[in-house]
Design a protein around this ligand. Structure first.
Ligand SMILES: CSCCC(=O)C(=O)COP(=O)(O)O
Ligand SMILES: [Mg+2]
Length: 259
């Protein structure tokens, strides 16, 4: 017999939130953040190339590229040896841009790519070119949880610096004072139950006392496997979710239902 769906979250001590499709529209990520990278990557690399921070992120992309090729990803554009002085800078940049573009077409949630994106977005947020969209009902919930003393954490495939920028430069101002901590895939894949165990341990709560909200059923299943309370976020433009999944889990269209 199919399990009965829960109709409301049980009491919880802490909240862990996904970003894309949950606190923030997918369109903001795919129609604003990602195009920013694609439009500015070439010029950004030309102007930041000699920066050691830039070189560290590029080394991450190059390492990932070596691993991808070793693992048989034949289509992925090869990044030339970035430390070879005989290769012109323009050629190096061309191969990095082609590699980033390819990975973004696949919407890969790869740490090296996400780290580099976060590094690039910093300029966009600082200059005012980027301002993040956060749903109005999320702001209300963050405020309410703050008043109630319920700590709220973020767990996203986007890098921790990218998360801090998104909530620091939102269309509702700086929201970072509402957030107690940030996790990215440094703790592990969002599809692996162990990652949610690590987060629960890190925030000092039993998984059963933590509420995780995400648009991705695979993330929901991974969190649920640890005993976390889970809720699926349904937002305009999110990927469709199979009926059996929708029947099995509590779903929300607004964070107001969680308060
Ligand atoms: C916070 S960075 C922008 C979002 C992003 O790049 C991403 O991959 C979001 O994935 P999520 O795990 O939040 O669905
Ligand atoms: Mg998401």
């Amino acid at each position: 017999m199919a399990p009965t769906p829960v109709s409301y979250p049980k009491p919880y001590e802490a909240v862990v939130l996904d970003i894309e499709g949950t606190t923030t529209p997918i369109t903001f990520v795919h129609q604003v953040l990602f195009p920013y990278i694609l439009e500015h990557a070439q010029f950004f690399l030309e102007t930041h190339w000699d920066d050691s921070t830039c070189q560290n992120y590029l080394a991450g992309l190059a390492k990932q590229n070596t691993e991808d090729i070793q693992q048989g990803l034949t289509d992925i554009p090869t990044i030339v040896n970035l430390t070879d002085p005989a290769i012109p800078k323009a050629k190096k940049i061309k191969t990095v841009v082609a590699n980033i573009r390819y990975q973004m077409q696949q919407d890969r949630k790869i740490k090296a790519l996400k780290d580099f994106q976060g590094y690039m977005w910093k300029d966009g947020y600082y200059s005012g070119d980027l301002k993040a969209t956060v749903y109005e009902d999320v702001i209300d919930a963050l405020r309410t949880w703050h008043e109630r003393g319920v700590p709220v954490y973020i767990y996203s495939s986007g890098s921790v610096p990218a998360q801090k920028l998104l909530f620091g430069y939102s269309d509702h101002g700086d929201l970072t004072h509402y957030l107690h901590g940030y996790y990215d895939t440094s703790v592990g894949s969002k599809l692996a139950p162990e990652s949610y165990q690590v987060i629960a341990g890190n925030i000092g709560r039993e998984p059963a006392n933590v509420l995780f909200v995400s648009d991705n059923p695979k993330e929901i299943q991974a969190a649920e496997a640890t005993g976390m309370q889970v809720v699926i976020s349904l937002r305009p433009g999110n990927a469709l979710i199979a009926d059996d999944v929708l029947q099995r889990y509590l779903t929300i269209t607004s964070f107001a239902s969680l308060l």
